[in-house]
Unconditional design. Structure first.
Length: 90
């Protein structure tokens, strides 16, 4: 009998939808700075968001990462996410 690998589910901080971890983008608080974690393995408090332009814009408007990571987050992180998602769509 072989072991089945557990599917890791995470929740988007904006939509509340539960998706597979690899379907979401992760932002992590590391050393007091919010950074993107494309690998999903950096140590620190993480927050997940759906890779959708409208969702990211909504997160920016509500400053969702500041609440989720419990720290001040620069708008640059949202701009980086928008750039990344724009590249994924094209």
């Amino acid at each position: 009998m072989s072991k089945k690998r557990e599917i890791r589910i995470r929740k988007c901080i904006v939509t509340g939808h539960r998706l597979k971890k690899d379907e979401l983008l992760r932002i992590v608080r590391a050393d007091g700075v919010a950074i993107m974690d494309p690998t999903g393995v950096l140590a620190g408090r993480g927050a997940y968001i759906t890779p959708d332009v409208d969702v990211i814009k909504k997160a920016k408007k509500k400053n969702s990462f500041a609440r989720a990571l419990r720290m001040k987050v620069d708008n640059e992180i949202y701009d980086e996410l928008l750039e990344m998602v724009g590249e994924l769509i094209e």
